[in-house]
Design a protein. Structure first.
Ligand code: 6MZ
Length: 345
């Protein structure tokens, strides 16, 4: 019988695929404590009431919180520990494949290259039941010179770690800066997959440019469907391209870009059979987990256990893993289903 508690159990046990998780947004209270973060800073990082009280400017408020995490990860050692712990926590939540994304950052005692090396060291040492790949982010608020410098470092590191560095992302406060196609074109030409935060706020012109560029995946896509303040022309273009979107329900609800879970745009993708995956975005800042996000999909959009299993299976296809890896994860999901028939009841 399907009850709240069997759903809870199912969502936790389901082997899951996480494709949209920012390292410095994923730090839990215990990770920040281990990194020596002061209690007052931790309260600030995880203080959702502050964001929720600022309704109109919730998204901008949220971006101020990352400073707490960035201050706690400003040395190669702290970046290494943060990455290691975040991987452990996703593993604990039965995530079997994680594409972790992070923005290479230079600090007083760390270059962008050293930042990436620290993340990769933690990924290489991972001996848990979870495969981890890396997506490197370009912050849209950075100027072209800074972004080009990041791209150069990323391309050099990709040559050394082609099995780990899989893609490049555009993120950062959507109210600041813009999408520069040239950076992503070069990344694509150098065999990097691309995923771009798109329509997290209403910006039809930029959405059109991003869709015309044609990234491999889109982050959020909140203001894309006409019923969600998107324009018909972009929606038509999207439907032709059918680019998988990374849905982060709690993030959107807390940042105020979605009115509520019930009114989240994911329902248009579900209804129209369009490609999407379920993700956490910043599990630390938004106090969530991938299992919880699946629970919301069940609660608000009636996804059955079978549907949720299929969402996880489909996410394998949208991932930046190799074809051989995809086959492996799919067979693992099929095997898990065979071995856990009782959980589907
Ligand atoms: C856009 C976001 C984001 O890269 O330092 N980031 N960008 N939209 C969002 N929705 C809420 N959440 C996080 O992780 C933190 C960085 O990820 C991006 C921001 O640039 C933030 O500074 P890293 O590991």
């Amino acid at each position: 019988m399907t009850t709240k508690s069997t759903i809870y159990q199912f969502c936790r046990a389901l082997p899951k695929i996480e494709l949209h998780a920012h390292l410095n947004g994923s730090l839990s209270m215990s990770i920040l404590t281990e990194l020596g973060c002061m209690d007052t800073s931790i309260v600030r990082y995880m203080n959702l009431t502050d964001i929720l009280n600022k309704k109109e400017r919730a998204l901008d408020e949220c971006f101020k919180l990352f400073k707490v995490a960035h201050d706690a990860t400003n040395t190669p050692d702290s970046v290494y520990i943060a990455t290691k712990r975040v991987i452990e926590e996703f593993d604990h939540d039965n995530v079997m494949y994680l594409e972790l994304r992070t923005t290479p950052r230079s600090e007083e005692n760390m270059s962008k290259q050293e930042y990436i090396e620290s993340v990769i060291k933690a990924i290489k040492e991972n001996d848990k039941n979870i495969t981890v790949k890396l997506i490197l982010s370009i912050n849209r608020s950075h100027d072209m010179k800074n972004s080009q410098e990041s791209l150069e470092v990323i391309l050099n590191m990709k040559k050394i770690f082609p099995d780990i560095i899989k893609g490049i992302d555009l993120s950062g406060n959507p109210n600041v800066g813009k999408f520069e196609a040239a950076i992503f074109k070069t990344a694509k030409e150098n065999s990097l997959y691309t995923t771009i935060h798109c329509a997290e706020v209403k910006n039809d012109e930029e959405v059109k440019d991003i869709l015309n560029f044609g990234p491999d995946r889109l982050g959020h896509a909140t203001f894309l469907h006409p019923r969600y303040d998107g324009c018909q022309e972009n929606w038509q273009l999207y439907c032709e391209k059918r680019i998988p979107i990374e849905c982060c329900m709690t993030s959107n609800v807390i940042c105020g870009t979605s009115e509520s879970y019930k009114k989240h745009h994911i329902q248009e993708w579900i209804k129209n059979g369009l490609p999407f995956c379920i993700s956490t975005d910043d599990k630390g800042v938004f106090c969530t987990s991938l299992s919880e996000e699946y629970e919301y999909a069940n609660e608000f959009f009636d996804l059955s256990k079978e549907d949720m299993w299929k969402v996880s299976l489909n996410a394998v296809d949208y991932s930046f893993a190799s074809n051989a890896e995809k086959l492996l994860y799919k067979s693992k999901l099929n095997e898990w289903k065979r071995d856990n028939e009782n959980l589907f009841l």
